[in-house]
Design a protein around this ligand. Sequence first.
Ligand code: UGA
Length: 434
Amino acid sequence: MRISVIGCGYLGAVHAACMAELGHEVVGIDVDERKVAELSAGRAPFFEPGLPEVLGRALDSGRLRFSTDLADAAGAEVHFVAVGTPQTKGSHAADLTYVDAAVEGLLPYLSDGDLVVGKSTVPVGTASRLSELVRASSGADLAWNPEFLREGFAVKDTLTPDRFVYGVARGETGERAAAQLDAVYATALAAETPRLVTDYATAELVKVSANAFLATKISFINAMAEVAEATGADVTQLADAIGYDARIGRKFLNAGIGFGGGCLPKDIRAFQARADELGLDSLAFLADVDAINLRRRDRVVALAGELVGDLAGARVAVLGLAFKPNSDDVRDSPALDVARRLRASGAIVTAFDPEANATAGRVAPELEYATDVESALRDADVVLVLTEWTEFRELDPAVVAGLVSHARVVDGRNTLDSVAWRAAGFDYRGLGRP
Ligand code: UGA
């Protein structure tokens, strides 16, 4: 099938490369010339395991190309819209400027029978509005097909997702749209991947409610961490114990400095803003989910302060800057936020992340960046582990003890072996742990 993908950020670049991997003929289109040049040369503009390989294969096969010109979408039958929906400045609502511009820009290049497919995360009601625009100006139709990929697993999640959700119009047009999407995803569907066909509103809500549920699960365990801190209990054991209940499950119950990234924080805020517009109180609890999440960052800064006495002038080694491991993404990263707050409190912060030093350096030039973990640790008064990279989890505490000036560690992700670190002489502090 001939496919266009509008927007080659995280979602679009991965989607374009993976659609070509599946055998489709794909053009990826983005307004950013540098990004298009990088992708055309086979270089992923961000760190994502497996993407360079898929990108290279797709470009070599001749099935994938990139362009800055929307006119290159002409001739494709299915047009994926994968542009960003950031948080609007000064409000919590989603900014739909890029989605609207992409769909409006596509209109002159659509032919009868084409399908525009929204992938971006949007407020409920958007697809219905855009479908009217598409139908009024062309013989094309619109579907909403939310994306559930996780950074760090983006290629796998795109090629073999948990499920497909197609939000389509009612009646025959919707059936035709579903059949077109079935043709796009034929490989995964042949492996019996579940597929749900819904109306537009349900498909839009599936995406934001999935992210709201995940955020709530994380804040639930972080709230338990606060209770554990007040009572001497251990939240990691608590999570293991409740996680054995199959109805609860152990995934997304890791207490620590909380969630960040380009999706969960902005999505729960935009979802609340949309509920407010609809006159609903139903999502008021998400304000607490957000607040619990942000309080954990205060807690880590306070713990570091307790350990060193006075943060002003203290040498702090920050291990981890990305919002999660296997990513160089620092958007709304709890780790980077904590590092910056420590610095603002007068600490001398030396940070290291295996992949995110450069991305962090662009937004936080005030921090010192070490080129390796040993240099970050040298002479530190306290060590903070803020992203659970394997490299940090596997550190030998006895070796670390020989590098730092004081053996104190804050485990912001409850990822270290507390017994081993204490045995090596460390004053160890986890979150929600005695
Ligand atoms: C999230 C969703 O998991 C994807 O399904 C969704 O497609 C994506 O957003 C999106 O909307 O595009 P992602 O942002 O890659 O994916 O990150 P997650 O793996 O969900 O992690 C989010 C944050 O939660 C990270 O900062 C992570 O460290 C934190 N987290 C996760 C915890 O603090 N505790 C946990 O137990 C799990």
